[in-house]
Design a protein around this ligand. Structure first.
Ligand SMILES: Cc1cc2nc3c(=O)[nH]c(=O)nc-3n(C[C@H](O)[C@H](O)[C@H](O)COP(=O)(O)O)c2cc1C
Length: 180
């Protein structure tokens, strides 16, 4: 059975990110994939301190909340990020967690062979709104030697509920096949 870590990062409960993430999660579970979820907003981490103490006592000696995330990723076959676009970029809450991926480099953890996917949403109709998010995601995964298995970049979603019944919701569910 494959295992996927799902990291969500929207402070708006019942919002579009949550809906798209839940579509992925349900489809993954229906396909027999174990989904381990972390909510970056609830975890409320501070970013990386660049102390280079990674994996000396857990994955992070300072932000110990990252340790469970790191352990889950090391055990998993894949990782899926789901978050809205904030000012053409990654929301601060999820960026703080993401920065701790530095530990995999310093700790020389081999992530090759794992897959990653991105689910993101924004209000504007233009797919170019995702340029910053897409670049950061793809370059991060390239550096970590993680294969990008798919991206769902959902435009035109402003208010909570906007994602319901859209092609984006179907695409988020279809992403699960990439991890089966
Ligand atoms: C602080 C903030 C910044 C945002 N910046 C952008 C942006 O740069 N471009 C855009 O299209 N939408 C932007 N949005 C809109 C959200 O991306 C959009 O409403 C999304 O559907 C929210 O997802 P959620 O329902 O999961 O919170 C922003 C929203 C907030 C709260």
């Amino acid at each position: 059975m494959s295992k996927v870590v799902l990291i969500t990062g929207s402070p708006r409960s019942g919002g579009n990110t949550g809906h798209l993430a839940s579509k992925f999660e349900k489809a993954a579970q229906d396909a027999g994939i174990e989904v381990v979820k972390f909510d970056a907003v609830g975890l409320n981490m501070r970013g990386c301190y660049a102390c280079n103490g990674c994996f000396q006592r857990g994955a992070c000696v300072v932000e110990q909340k990252f340790n469970a995330v790191a352990d889950a990723i090391l055990e998993a076959d894949g990782v899926v990020f789901a978050f809205p676009v904030y000012w053409y970029n990654i929301p601060a809450q999820i960026k703080a967690l993401w920065d701790h991926f530095y530990a995999f480099c310093v700790g020389q953890k081999d992530l090759s062979g794992k897959k990653a996917a991105l689910i993101s949403c924004c209000a504007e109709p233009d797919a170019g709104t995702f340029a910053g998010v897409k670049f950061a995601f793809e370059k991060t995964m390239e550096l970590l030697q993680v294969e990008v298995a798919g991206e769902v970049l959902a435009t035109g979603l402003q208010d909570p509920g906007a994602a319901w019944g859209t092609e984006w919701a179907d695409q988020a569910a279809a992403l699960a096949e990439k991890f089966a």
